[in-house]
Every structure is written in C-alpha cells, then in structure tokens.
Design a protein around this ligand. Structure first.
Ligand code: PEP
Ligand code: MN
Length: 278
C-alpha cells in the first residue's frame, strides 16, 4: 500500500502534537466525552459537569447530526453550537462538534475547538478541502467501508491544504458481523500509529453500539497504542434523542475513567521500559 507523503512518517519523523488550552494531543492522553447530540441547554450542561468531574479533557456534542433517516432528530444546529460552547466554558473544557456541510465550516469554526468529520463524510472531498483551509484541529473519522489507505488519503487532503492539525479516529467498520453495530478494527490503530505521525484515537461507542462493550474496548484500544478515546456519555441515556443504546450514564463513565487511568499506567510502564511498541 502507498502511504500518502504528508501523512506518512517520511515528511515528519516527529509525532504531531496539537495544543488546545491546557492539553497537548499526541502527548497527553485525550478523553473526549459527552452526548451524541446536544439536545438542550440543560442536557449539555449536565453532561459537561459529569464528564469534567470524572476527568475527561474535552466535551463532545453533535449540533448537526448526519442521520441515516431524514425523519430522525437532525440536531439543534446553531442553537446546539451555542449551548455546547456555553457548557464547555462553564466547566472549562474545549469542545468538539461535527461539521457536515461546507457551508457551515466557517460558523462551526467560530464555536468549536476541534472540527469533527464524521464517518459518513470521510470522503466528502470538498468538505475536507474546506476544513483544510482553516487552521482548526480536525478529527477525521474512518469511513464505514474505508480501507486504511483511503482513510489516510483523506487526511492527506486536509494536510495538503496547509492544516497540519489532524487527528485520526477509528470508529469501527462494517463487516459481516451484525451483533455489534460495527467491528472495531484495533489492528488499524496499531498499524496507523506506525505508518503516520498523526495522533490516533478510538471511538468505542460507535464501534460497538453496545454500552456493555465500551469499557473493555476502551482498555483494549489503550493497549493497542491509541492517543485517546471518544466516548458518548448522556445524563439520562434512556431519554437520548440519538444513539440511546450506546451512551454511558455519568456513573458508568466515572467507573470507566478509573479503569482507563489504570490501563494507561500499564501502557506507559511498558513504553517507558521500551517493551511496547516493539
Ligand atoms: C458521532 O460521533 O456523532 C458520529 C455520528 O459518529 P460517526 O461519524 O463515527 O458515525
Ligand atoms: Mn452518536
């Protein structure tokens, strides 16, 4: 396979680090948490307080939702951005939200610290060019059916426009398996970490679609060498307007954060002793 030049390690032997307020992505472990969608001012503030208290270092929430059905909740749009921004400020966390349309890139950039390109838009080349023209950090999710090569070429579109601040996110791919929503491709995480200089994070929520699998997949992702996690957390998952079956409640997230921290200590120990990666 051909690794595109700017994304591959040839152009940059130093690992990319992206500084946002107090955190440096690629050096510090990133934990993005928050609801699938911003549903109201109260809901996102309550989620923000919970994830901050548990130790997350970035708040997520979708304002523009790419839904499979046009009849499903589409997000609050500009109001969602406002509520997310206010909630982030209230708990002193940077925010990430998805942009799904080239026409919204400017507006979303005014609010978000990180722009998310969703799996369904991974190969929306005009959107990639548009976010590449901004200097905002971009989280690029792997497409539902994308090979590693296709994914890295999409990162290349952003880098080529002059935006070096790209984070890759493995969020599961479609396979013959139907028990899980997608199949988490952990080998892709370890592979892409070796092939590129970009930070790589994992979204175990969309990868599994099942609350009970999110914890173990988070820990496995850490051992695969990821630089962070993106986890859906909702104050009351049963009432969520999107992805109700894969969002942790605040108590579950708090417990998971303890397991995440312990697993990171183990991974760090292996790295410090040069046992891992080989
Ligand atoms: C999301 O993170 O809100 C989302 C829609 O995820 P994905 O693009 O990976 O399906
Ligand atoms: Mn979701």
């Amino acid at each position: 396979m051909k690794i595109p030049k700017l994304t591959g390690t040839l152009s940059n032997k130093i690992k990319t680090q992206i500084k946002i307020n107090d955190i440096t992505i690629g050096r510090d472990f990133l934990v993005i948490a928050g609801p699938c969608s911003v549903e109201s001012e109260e809901q996102i503030l309550s989620a923000a307080k919970a994830v901050k208290a548990a130790g997350a270092n970035m708040l997520r929430g979708g304002a523009y939702k790419p839904r499979s059905s046009p009849y499903s909740f589409q997000g609050l749009g500009r109001y969602g951005l406002e509520y997310l921004k206010k909630a982030g400020q209230a708990v002193d966390l940077p925010i990430i939200t998805e942009v799904i349309d080239t026409r919204d890139v400017y507006l979303v950039s005014e609010y978000a610290d990180v722009l998310q390109i969703g799996a369904r838009n991974m190969q929306n080349f005009s959107l990639l060019v548009e976010v590449g023209k901004t200097k905002k950090p971009v989280l690029l999710k792997r497409g539902l059916y994308a090979t590693i090569e296709e994914w890295l070429n999409c990162a290349e579109y952003i880098l080529k426009e002059g935006n070096p601040n790209v984070i890759l996110c493995e969020r599961g791919i479609r396979t013959i398996e139907t028990y899980t929503r997608n199949t988490l491709d952990l080998s892709a995480v370890a592979a892409v970490k070796r092939m590129t200089h970009l930070p790589v994070i994992v979204d175990p929520s969309h990868a599994t679609g099942r609350v009970e699998l999110i914890g173990d997949m988070s820990l496995s992702s850490i051992m695969a060498g990821c630089d962070g996690l993106e986890i859906e957390v909702h104050p009351c998952p049963g009432k969520a307007l999107s992805d109700a079956e894969q969002q942790l409640d605040p108590e579950q997230f708090k417990k998971l954060m303890r397991r995440i921290n312990l697993t990171r200590e183990l991974r760090n120990l292996l790295e410090d002793n040069e046992i891992c990666p080989e």
